[in-house]
Design a protein around this ligand. Structure first.
Ligand SMILES: Cc1ncc(COP(=O)(O)O)c(C=O)c1O
Length: 344
């Protein structure tokens, strides 16, 4: 994509910085399927320690990391509970059912505003010919929920619900780094609340590829087999792991800047009644149900002015800030978007 566009579609569009490319070029590598890539091994140990778990496993994508974790927690013909807008049941193309034989049941889409009592009420125990619930999955931050942050207190209550019922708790933490920066919750505090987490290096952190599954040593040993079965065994993946290690060292604290840029965008579009949620992190969800422009029309008009945005539904759109955007890029978007929304 030429840089004549201000690309607000996703934080996955970032390209490696010069420093990251240097780290990649210098990476020591080996065959990771043999467990012999020192850079991958170092990344896995580092991420496990960050979240206070015994082990972690490098995977090619956030979707594969989520699906490996779900297969660890839920056997075929057993049940996963999550929200109706969760990435794991919205954008992973039925993988839980296709690969894990997992039955999913959802609570209504409420983004990060989860009511633990609603979740508790959905859990089905063994017996009575019902599908037994084995795991609950939450998303931190919540993608379709406009980058909302689940409060630590809610997560603690959910941990209590899971413990009481004897079910597991998984975190799709693709953007958990943003929650950590927005709410100042140490990553280890989040880590200790979950049986498994998936965390992405290739979104806000700006690495080109890669996510990790985090959990106990026993789970990660099984995860290694599941990853290989799914075709996710990589060889000299240390080049990618080096990018991830660089991102962890250099790109977490700077997320506050992305959040500030998203807040500027939110403030500019708010007068047009199109903000779907309060903006806390780097995602700005737009709800166009009360606007004359629908999402496609808004995206087309923005594109004509050099600004790319995501269409998530007929009347739902999204703006995302990330490390590839300068202040001048945001100024350009701020000049275009309110004008387009006002003209319609
Ligand atoms: C919340 C969330 N989870 C998981 C993923 C999947 O990541 P990947 O695109 O690397 O499969 C995404 C991707 O945008 C996401 O937003």
């Amino acid at each position: 994509m030429p840089d004549l566009f201000v690309d607000l579609r996703s934080d996955t569009v970032t390209r490696p910085t010069a420093g990251m490319r240097e780290a990649m070029a210098a990476a020591e590598v080996g065959d990771d399927v043999y467990g012999e890539d020192p850079s991958v091994n170092a990344l896995e140990a580092e991420v496990a320690a960050l979240f206070g778990h015994e082990a972690a496993l490098f995977a090619p994508s956030g979707s594969m990391a989520n699906q490996i974790a779900l297969q660890l927690l839920v056997s075929p013909a057993e049940e996963l509970l999550c929200d109706a807008d969760a990435h794991v049941v919205t954008y992973e193309i039925g993988a839980a059912a296709a690969y894990g034989g997992i039955s999913s049941r959802t609570w209504p889409a409420v983004g990060a505003d989860i009511d633990p009592e609603v979740v508790a009420g959905m859990i089905r125990p063994d017996g009575y010919f019902a599908v037994p619930t084995r795991a609950i999955a939450v998303e931190q931050t919540h993608n379709r929920g406009g980058g909302g942050v689940i409060p630590l207190a809610t997560l603690r209550d959910l941990r209590g619900v899971a413990d009481e019922a004897g079910v597991a708790l998984h975190c799709d933490g693709a953007r958990i780094w943003h929650a950590h920066v927005a709410d100042q919750v140490p990553l280890i505090e989040y880590g200790r609340l979950f049986d498994t987490l998936s965390v992405c290096l290739s979104k806000g952190l700006g690495a080109p590829v890669g996510s990790l599954v985090v959990g106990s040593a026993e789970k990660i040993e099984r995860a290694r087999l599941i990853r290989k079965r799914m075709g996710g065994g990589m060889r000299q993946a240390g080049i990618l792991a080096a990018a991830g290690r660089y991102a962890l060292a250099q790109h977490i604290d700077r997320l506050a800047d992305d959040h500030a840029k998203a807040a500027r965008l939110a403030e500019a579009v708010a007068p047009f009644g199109v903000l779907a949620t309060t903006v806390r992190t780097n995602l700005v969800a737009l709800d166009l149900t009360k606007h004359t422009l629908d999402a496609r029309a808004l995206a087309a008009a923005a594109r004509a002015e050099g600004v790319l945005i995501s269409v998530l539904g007929p009347r739902t759109a999204r703006l995302v800030t990330h490390l590839g955007l300068s202040d001048a890029d945001i100024d350009r978007a701020l000049a275009a978007l309110p004008r387009i929304l006002a003209a319609a």
